[in-house]
Design a protein around this ligand. Structure first.
Ligand SMILES: [Zn+2]
Length: 320
């Protein structure tokens, strides 16, 4: 047997190993490079971001959402399983503007090796709120202005096109269709809220998640505690809000899915002592959409739910 013939099996083995190695390397892409034929792996934080990632990604993506319904992104810390899902992703979408305050280190670290994208990043500074209680930072709750959330569609679309350029047309088509849906939603929101007279356009709720909603749709928003749920309401907060309810003759205040209703009950009792009976108008979705598979489990469904409750609670009964 010649030397060449004896070496051949070894050479074949080496070639096979090298090819397998290459296949594995491209399959475990963490660099944000071309994903090839396999689905794009996406990991998201809040469930309405998961919805957006799925709608624009269509069947090209597999999305792992870390935060379910009723989970507060301000307080959420990534578990070991979450970190694994984040490491495994081709792209990560999160809210940004400090929404995921306790995941900042994890997200920062990820951004070194893969696209780690705040869906709010396309919004120019002059369209962001900078409430005084936020001490120089921007308000992260952009999603209750439907036109602002439309900007997030562009960000997600662009990320997918860069990551998976062979399928760019599909991403663009789905993004165009969804932008049209959001425009229709925005018109629907304005029409539903038109039944509420100017002097009753006051939204009392348990934290300041609705600042952008208020600016976009012309509501005064009275939050009982600060922008982050990390700060507790004080007795002075409760008195101030009860005063607004009594002065404006408001018949409804709203609780949120991510915040305990205890504080709101204290406010209603204080308003009652001032002679104004108000009720809890229902539970608004604030920092999380509803259960997957229900209408409120999507962004559009969550907005519709909130706007319906607000109109029901604040419009004079004759107009509904
Ligand atoms: Zn919030």
């Amino acid at each position: 047997m010649s030397m060449a013939r004896r070496l051949l099996p070894a050479l074949v083995a080496i070639v096979v190993v090298v090819l397998l190695g290459a296949a594995c390397a491209s399959d475990s892409s963490t660099s944000g490079g071309d994903v090839g034929e396999r689905p794009v792996r996406v990991t998201t934080t809040a469930n309405f971001i998961t919805d957006l990632a799925e709608v624009i990604g269509g069947e090209r993506v597999e999305v792992t959402g870390l935060l379910g319904p009723g989970v507060d992104p301000h307080l959420y810390k990534a578990s070991a399983g979450d970190v694994a899902a984040l490491r495994d992703a081709d792209v990560v979408f999160y809210g940004g503007l400090d929404l995921e305050g306790r995941m900042a280190d994890v997200l920062d670290e990820l951004s070194d090796d893969k696209p780690t994208i705040a869906v709010s990043e396309g919004i120019p500074d002059d369209r962001k709120r900078q409430p005084t209680e936020f001490e120089g930072k921007f308000d992260p709750h952009i999603w209750f202005s439907v036109p602002l959330w439309r900007e997030a569609v562009d960000v997600v679309e662009q990320a997918y096109v860069e990551l998976d350029p062979d399928n760019a047309d599909g991403y663009r088509e789905r993004a165009d269709a969804y932008r049209a849906e959001l425009e229709a939603l925005d018109a629907e929101v304005r029409e539903t809220l038109a039944s509420i007279p100017d002097d009753k356009r006051v939204l009392v709720t348990s934290h300041d998640a609705f600042g952008y909603f208020g600016e976009e749709y012309d509501f005064e928003v009275v939050g009982i505690q600060g922008t982050s749920t990390a700060t507790e309401a004080t007795t002075a907060d409760i008195d101030r809000v009860a005063g607004v309810i009594a002065d404006r003759g408001l018949e409804a205040v709203f609780i949120e899915s991510t915040v305990s209703p205890q504080t709101i009950r204290a406010v209603l009792a204080a308003a009652e002592r001032r002679g104004q009976t108000a009720r809890i108008g229902g539970e608004l979705f604030a920092d999380a959409a509803g259960e997957r598979g229900t209408p409120e489990g999507t962004y559009i469904g969550m907005v519709r739910h909130n706007v319906g409750l607000i109109a029901e609670g604040l419009a004079p009964s004759g107009s509904r």
